[in-house]
Design a protein around this ligand. Structure first.
Ligand code: GDD
Length: 331
């Protein structure tokens, strides 16, 4: 029997990597896509033609009940969310509803399907290191107190505890992956790594002269998204559901990111290329994230394969190729 998986957030960076991983393992992959005439769905149809797209929205419980009934999944990966932290201050209600309330809706849809069909489903929730916020312990692990610093972080805490609650209340096989920042050439350009690597590529090609950023002193534990989706899958292969921190165990500042990205194009001193704009500084910052993923390493046998240096350099090279292709396209 072919294993069936339903992924919410299929058009995002993680959804695409996970779809590839599951497809390679022989899964039948279903993806939930929101919105009418969603351009990302058209791109997905070209890049991932094997994904069976289902229309649905995390805000609409009935659409989720229908989606789960249609996919009849063995595994559900709830990756869908409003995921840009800065946006969440301006859209706190919507972020709370989608990123937080959407988890409850998915859990309910899965529970309803299980109860009505007798078919057991394993559930993965995409929790986030943003939940640690004003981090109370260094490095952060599964038991570290959660102290979110943004509406996004608060919404993720809600989804995280709701996942634990459904596991404890209904015995659901519901696991939560507390993933630290993970990047790739597929990362959206609103996030700082891709914003920097794309700008550096365009500077190299003479298409722009500099980049405007916010707080350069924040530190993040950055890994490669392709490694992190493997951890999601491993969590659902365990006999018992649980929560796991997924991280590299190394932290770097935005300055370190700039050092590596500019070094890749032979610019050791980037001071005159970077402008600080206070509008990019957040109302409350998460200053330092660094994860202790020893539980995932020992229980799941997971470990990251791509270093920070390799990741950022590969993103710069990808962006140079992409920007070159775009700038030489006939108008
Ligand atoms: N986006 C952005 N743009 N961030 C900037 C900029 C800028 O111009 N300048 C400085 N930063 C700093 C932010 O203040 C933050 O401290 C850091 O760069 C990283 O920002 P993002 O790349 O936007 O990621 P994030 O850490 O806020 O959130 C990401 O990681 C979480 C996991 O911890 C997102 O992917 C979340 O969805 C995810 O949960």
């Amino acid at each position: 029997m072919t294993t069936r998986a339903l992924i919410t957030g299929i058009t995002g960076q993680d959804g695409m990597y996970l779809a590839e991983l599951l497809h390679d393992k022989g899964y039948e992959v279903f993806g939930l896509v929101a919105g009418q005439n969603n351009p990302k769905a058209d791109l997905l149809a070209v890049s991932h033609p094997y994904v069976k797209v289902i229309s649905g929205n995390l805000l609409d419980l009935v659409s989720l009940i229908r989606a789960v009934a249609h996919a009849k999944p063995d595994e559900v990966y709830n990756l869908g969310a409003i995921s840009f932290v800065a946006y969440s201050w301006e859209n706190a209600r919507l972020t709370s509803d989608v990123t937080g309330g959407g988890v409850l809706n998915m859990l309910e849809a899965v529970r309803y399907f299980q109860d009505s069909s007798g078919h057991q489903v394993r559930f993965y929730q995409a929790s986030s290191s943003e939940m640690f916020g004003n981090a109370q312990e260094v490095p952060q692990r599964e038991s570290t107190l959660l102290w979110p610093r943004s509406p996004y972080g608060v919404a993720k805490v809600y989804g995280h505890y709701m996942t634990i609650n459904y596991r404890e209340s209904y015995g659901m096989h519901a696991s939560s992956g507390i993933l630290f920042n993970h990047e790739s050439p597929r990362r959206g350009v609103e996030f700082v790594t891709r914003k920097v690597t794309r700008a550096v590529a365009r500077i190299q090609l003479g298409l722009q002269t500099g980049v405007t950023l916010g707080n350069l002193d924040a530190k993040r534990d950055w890994g490669f998204a392709g490694d992190y989706v493997r951890a999601m899958w491993l969590m659902l292969q365990q006999d018992t559901a649980d929560d796991y921190v997924i991280s590299t165990g190394e932290t770097h500042s935005i300055r370190d990111l700039l050092d590596v990205a500019f070094d890749e194009i032979g610019i050791p001193d980037w001071d005159d290329k970077v402008t600080i704009d206070p509008t990019y500084v957040r109302p409350a910052e998460v200053d330092l994230l660094i994860g202790d993923s020893s539980k995932a390493r020992s229980v799941l046998g997971w470990e990251p394969t791509v270093t920070f240096d390799q990741l950022i350099r590969s993103m710069v090279q990808h962006d140079i190729a992409e920007q070159t292709a775009l700038s030489t396209q006939p108008q």
